[in-house]
Design a protein around this ligand. Structure first.
Ligand code: C2E
Ligand code: MG
Ligand code: MG
Ligand code: MG
Length: 290
């Protein structure tokens, strides 16, 4: 993939990837301007109740459409934003946009119970993060309990007392805290004891290995995490559910909320509204039981 800019510079996908490693041009420069140029937007992925298919929440996922790079994955540009010191302003925009969208749906009669927003480790360490979250809630009029901040376990995160205090301070605002990608990377069950959290989002690596018979090792792990969550009073969401077989198995095991391509890819606000309205229509017609 090659594209020419008006200035005659040639960018390639390789440059985009390379920028992640050396933290320089061109992605960093372009990302700096992405906000003001309106190249960033949010998509929303449904979180669905296994019981009846109801839309119980959404996760906001950041998208960057660049005129030459095309659609750049957040897996690529979030690390660049972090390294370049841009995650603060981008993250603030995400918080405000997501809360504003939730309020806009409310106005349309589309009542989505909760909105998940991802926070990177850098953002959590921002001394102003509590104020920024509070400001987004105030500006949109959204009740704190409807906002769920997703933090991913990483090597550094939660090792420091400061991180735990910060999470506690956020939780004191009334927002929910979720551990994202739980069970992958640097998860530690010991940390779980020290943290006050509301939800675990089970990493999709377990789901990938699930088999329909339900007697696999992966199935044993999902079942164990389910009972762990229940014992700790923590809600669970399973990420990355792609097939009916996975859905059936997880549902049978007792998982109540799932998120994955099977029940909806990340989509536009209008598509979420349509999904919500369709479901409401079916419920009224008596087609949904439970
Ligand atoms: P995440 O928070 O764990 O988000 C879930 C990712 O899995 C999303 O990728 C989603 O599109 C993808 N996914 C959902 N269901 C399925 C499925 O059934 N199968 C497969 N294969 N994938 C599925 P996405 O949107 O590319 O985001 C990647 C990561 O980028 C996110 O992982 C999150 O860590 C980060 N990210 C996204 N938006 C933001 C943001 O606004 N702020 C920050 N700090 N990070 C963000
Ligand atoms: Mg997430
Ligand atoms: Mg995740
Ligand atoms: Mg992830």
């Amino acid at each position: 993939y090659h594209a020419k800019t008006a200035g005659g510079n040639t960018y390639s996908l390789h440059d985009v990837r390379g920028a992640v490693d050396d933290g320089t041009l061109p992605m960093e420069t372009e990302l700096r301007r992405a906000l003001e140029r309106g190249q960033l937007r949010l998509e929303y992925q449904p979180q669905v109740a296994t019981r009846n298919g109801a839309l119980v929440g959404v996760e906001a996922l950041l998208r960057w459409q660049h005129p030459h790079f095309g659609e750049v994955s957040p897996e690529q540009f979030i690390p660049v934003a972090e390294a370049a010191g841009l995650i603060g302003s981008i993250g603030e925009w995400v918080l405000h946009s997501a809360c504003r969208q939730l309020a806009a749906w409310d106005d349309q009669g589309v009542s989505i119970a909760s909105m998940g927003v991802n926070l990177s480790p850098r953002q959590l360490r921002d001394p102003a993060i509590v104020d920024k979250v509070r400001a987004a809630l105030t500006a949109s009029g959204i009740a704190a309990a409807r906002l769920e901040l997703e933090v991913t376990e990483s090597e550094m995160l939660f090792q420091l007392d400061a991180d735990r205090y910060k999470l506690a301070a956020l939780r004191d605002l009334g927002v929910k805290i979720a551990i994202d990608d739980f069970g992958s990377g640097y998860s530690s069950l010991g940390r779980l004891l020290q943290l006050k959290i509301d939800r675990l989002k089970l990493d999709r690596c377990f789901v990938l290995e699930l088999e329909p018979q339900g007697d696999t090792r992966a199935g044993a792990i999902t079942a164990a995490i389910l009972s762990l969550g229940e014992a700790l009073g923590v809600e669970l969401v399973v990420e990355g559910v792609e097939t009916e077989a996975q859905f059936e198995l997880l549902s049978r095991q007792g998982f109540q909320v799932i998120q994955g391509y099977l029940t909806g890819r990340p989509m536009s606000p209008a598509a979420v509204a349509q999904r919500f309205t369709e479901f409401a229509g079916r419920s009224e017609a008596g087609c949904v039981h439970g």
